[in-house]
Design a protein around this ligand. Structure first.
Ligand code: ZN
Length: 132
């Protein structure tokens, strides 16, 4: 596994894009709408990892609900894996529970699942695998 990206929940993607562009010295290399999640994302390259900004595009999206209860900030850590089905089985056998056990299409051409924070010390963990 490697840290593929860190997801940050933001209220206004435009304002946060400007902020992270100043911070990292480079513009996002892509912006992408993820229809299935009702979000818009932007990605910044940081070495071999990325920062993913996630803003709500739809009423009642998971991110909007999150931002009603929490401040903007770090939302999830995504681990890149080679074989997502294998890792899901491995982690289920270790007692971890998932928000979605069946990989779905996420941003940046990935198949993704999320582990439930109640079994990961309060950290929302994403596993992602490149779509082959
Ligand atoms: Zn993510």
């Amino acid at each position: 596994m490697k840290i593929e990206h860190i997801g940050i929940a933001v209220k206004d993607l435009g304002i946060s894009n400007d902020l992270f562009e100043k911070l990292l010295g480079a513009a996002p290399y892509k912006e992408e709408q993820v229809e299935s999640e009702g979000v818009k994302t932007s990605f910044f390259a940081v070495g071999d990892s990325k920062i993913e900004l996630v803003g709500s595009e739809k009423k009642d999206s998971a991110i909007e609900k999150y931002l009603e209860k929490n401040r903007e900030g770090i939302h999830h850590i995504a681990f890149g894996v080679e074989n997502i089905e294998f890792e899901i089985e491995r982690l289920k056998n270790q007692g971890f529970t998932f928000i979605n056990e069946t990989p779905k299409l996420g941003a940046d051409n990935k198949r993704v699942v999320f582990l439930h924070p109640k079994t990961t010390n309060g950290v929302l963990v994403e596993l992602c695998e490149d779509v082959k």
